[in-house]
Design a protein around this ligand. Structure first.
Ligand code: COA
Ligand code: AMP
Length: 633
């Protein structure tokens, strides 16, 4: 069946389509209905069904003939180690870790925060939670203590799993002091923590609160899989929204397992026994779906890579990993390829490795510029697939589904909507845009299985953030175009989310951090174009009347503030003071206009601007930072 035919079938009769897909999963009890729409606009997939995600990811493969197949490979150039676990070994390790959680009082429905670097124990922690029906919430290691504290207070975890340190090129990131500070700041501290001691750094444990991972696991009774409702939450993953309060994206068990298992053969053309490598981080949705769950759900081998595309130790790392483990499918962010291309434009490292196992490269997380796409195609000689999705959906919304049919590639487009997704482009009145016209990209409800059913304990926020703007549709937050071949073109965000090196960040949150500086009266942060990271945040601040401070000291303090409140991952380094910010007559700061000026794009003077002269001053400040141009493109 072609992509178009299957897509149509999935929308005409979603219940039959997804019931068939659900056959790939082991159920303890069959569902009563495939889709419950009685609470629309809230939908539930497979209500009445019972299953266990960890059983589906591990135990059933052990019992079904894959016990001795490698399930997980940890390849860590930053520590110089490579370790492998078979399905049996991983199942046993996860069962013991689950036993530790049970012994510490964690039961079904309890939340467990996982704040860990890219070590295999992070994946084990997620699977151990799934095994006993606890809800994990992984927090990316590049976030600061204050961000972790926000997530602790929202998720109210019974326990936190962490490690003594992470390893970034050139520095050891001590996790324990960050964890201690976050717990200190939180109003809902966990009862206990489990800390993985890494040899690179020792963590000081607090008696009767912090426990040592290795000794606890060594003494633990393995725990069995606990069947849960298909509609029970498997995890919460916080993502940036428009405010400083991150959104707790909820993923349920049943829909998630079904959608991910469907995506592997159909989108990624990856099958049991093959090696799949998502070069991302377990702290992001790509890591949840395609490092941990999807490859294991289908009985493939997954690679968990602790390193960077460049600098660990060089731009050849990726190719060596592919050769070493016979990787068939690689998934990463375009930024990783831009970084490699910058260091190795001729692809000399690529020539030094045997990449014959590689069948396809998938890119997502940010816009893929055509130059990067073509460079990768030329150097690798395999299909390079740009595909589009977000934390909320959990799996691709638009893609060239290699397992169905290989559609022609149009560089700059993530191809067509994937079966299950009814993607539309609407104008501001909610009418569908003609082909080729830009508008808000929305998905007609219901969303397919695997997408968020709601936000963690925040149904109202889910409704107001995603469903109210266009009733009957889910608002993706992206603007773009559908062309006359049905290809989607993702152009920009309609909110203040920016994408820095494939990491999703909120400029609103950075503004909150800057506004907390005693000298700052008001500020604006917006994303500016960056050749490597896609976008970088840039801040302009207006100082309070009468404040007189040294510009360099102020700059350093503002940068440190964002780093301390959000984390190094914000990559906030561009900031300048201006006398005034450009605003509309009603007082709205013109961030979009400033961004256009910074990017050197054509821009028009907003009709509603209060004082056009302010833009000259802004342009001068941007030029000083190395942005904007005298003559726009
Ligand atoms: N723990 C602690 N700090 C972290 C971290 C972590 N897990 N991850 C990143 N950081 C820090 C980095 O050390 C860096 O700090 P610095 O300002 O002191 O140098 C900062 O956060 C920014 O990190 P990063 O975005 O990784 O930038 P970089 O300059 O170190 O590397 C790339 C640039 C392009 C190589 C890197 O961004 C990359 O590999 N991107 C791929 C993106 C990706 O996998 N996205 C996931 C979606 S698929
Ligand atoms: P995240 O939730 O971190 O995965 O970020 C999702 C956002 O990243 C999307 O809403 C888009 O803005 C952007 N994004 C992801 N993939 C792509 C892509 N292939 N092309 C353009 N933008 C993308």
């Amino acid at each position: 069946m072609t992509h178009a035919e299957l897509h149509q079938r999935s929308l005409e009769d979603p219940e039959t389509f997804w019931a068939e897909a659900a056959g790939a999963i082991d159920w303890d009890r069959r569902w009563d209905r495939v889709l419950d729409d009685s609470g629309a606009p809230f939908y539930r997939w497979f209500p009445g069904g019972r299953l266990n995600t960890c059983h589906n990811a591990l135990d059933r493969h052990v019992d079904g003939g894959r016990a001795d197949q490698v399930a997980l490979i940890h390849d860590s150039p930053v520590t110089g180690t490579i370790r492998r676990w078979t399905y049996r070994e991983l199942r046993d390790e996860v069962a013991r870790l689950a036993g530790v959680l049970v012994a510490r009082g964690v039961t079904k429905g309890d939340r467990v925060i996982v704040y860990m670097p890219m070590v295999p124990e992070a994946a084990m922690a997620m699977l151990a939670c799934a095994r006993i029906g606890a809800i994990h919430s992984v927090v990316f290691g590049g976030f600061a203590a204050a961000e972790l504290a926000k997530r602790i207070d929202d998720a109210k975890p019974k326990m936190i799993l962490s490690a003594s340190c992470g390893i970034e090129p050139g520095r050891i990131v001590e996790y324990k002091p960050l964890l201690d500070a976050a717990i200190e700041a939180a109003e809902h501290p966990p009862e206990s923590t489990l800390i993985l001691a890494r040899e690179q750094c020792e963590a000081v444990l607090i008696e009767d609160r912090d426990y040592d991972w290795a000794s606890e696991v060594a003494d633990a009774e393995p725990a069995d899989c606990v069947p849960v409702e298909a509609t029970d939450p498997l995890y919460i993953l916080y993502t940036s929204g428009t405010t400083g309060q991150p959104k707790g994206i909820v993923r349920d068990h049943g829909g998630h397992a079904v959608a991910l298992a469907w995506s592997m053969p159909n989108i990624y053309d990856t099958h049991p026994g093959e090696v799949f490598w998502a070069a991302s981080d377990v702290g992001w949705v790509v890591g949840h779906s395609y490092i941990v769950y999807a490859p294991l759900l289908i009985g493939a081998t997954t690679v968990l890579f602790e390193g960077k595309p460049v600098g660990t130790p060089d731009a050849g790392t990726f190719w060596r990993v592919i050769e070493r483990h016979a990787v068939s499918t690689l998934f990463t962010a375009p930024t990783a390829f831009r970084a490699i291309r910058k260091e190795d434009p001729e692809g000399r490292f690529i020539e030094q490795s045997d990449l014959s196992s590689l069948r396809a490269l998938f890119l997502a997380g940010e816009r893929c510029d055509p130059e990067t796409l073509h460079w990768a195609e030329d150097r690798l000689g395999v299909p390079v697939i740009d595909h589009w999705w977000q934390t909320e959906t959990g799996w691709p919304v638009a893609a060239n589904c290699l397992g169905l049919e290989r559609l022609p590639v149009k560089a700059g487009s993530p191809t067509r909507a994937v079966p299950g997704y009814d993607v539309r482009v609407l104008d501001s009145d909610g009418n569908e845009q003609p082909d080729g016209e830009i508008g808000a990209i929305v998905i007609k409800l219901p969303l397919p299985p695997g997408c968020l059913p709601t936000l963690w304990q925040a149904d109202d926020r889910y409704r107001s953030a995603y469903l109210e703007r266009y009733p009957g549709y889910y608002l993706t937050g992206d603007a773009g175009i559908k062309d006359d071949d049905g290809y989607l073109w993702i152009m920009s965000r309609i909110d203040d989310v920016i994408n820095v090196a494939g990491h999703r960040l909120s400029t609103g949150e950075m503004e909150e951090a800057l506004a907390g500086h005693p000298a700052v009266a008001e500020c604006a942060v917006f994303g500016v174009r960056d050749a490597l990271k896609g976008e970088l945040p840039l801040g302009l601040v207006v100082l309070k009347d009468g404040v007189d401070c040294d510009a360099e000291t102020l700059r350093a303090e503002l940068i440190a503030r964002v780093r301390e409140s959000i984390g190094p991952v914000a990559a906030f380094k561009l900031v300048a003071a201006v006398d005034r910010l450009p605003k509309t007559r009603s007082g709205k700061i013109l961030r979009g206009t400033m961004k256009s000026i910074a990017d050197g794009r054509e821009w028009t003077m907003p009709a509603t601007i209060d004082d056009p002269a302010i833009l000259d001053e802004v342009q001068a400040a941007l030029l000083h930072l190395g942005y904007a141009v005298e003559e726009p493109e």
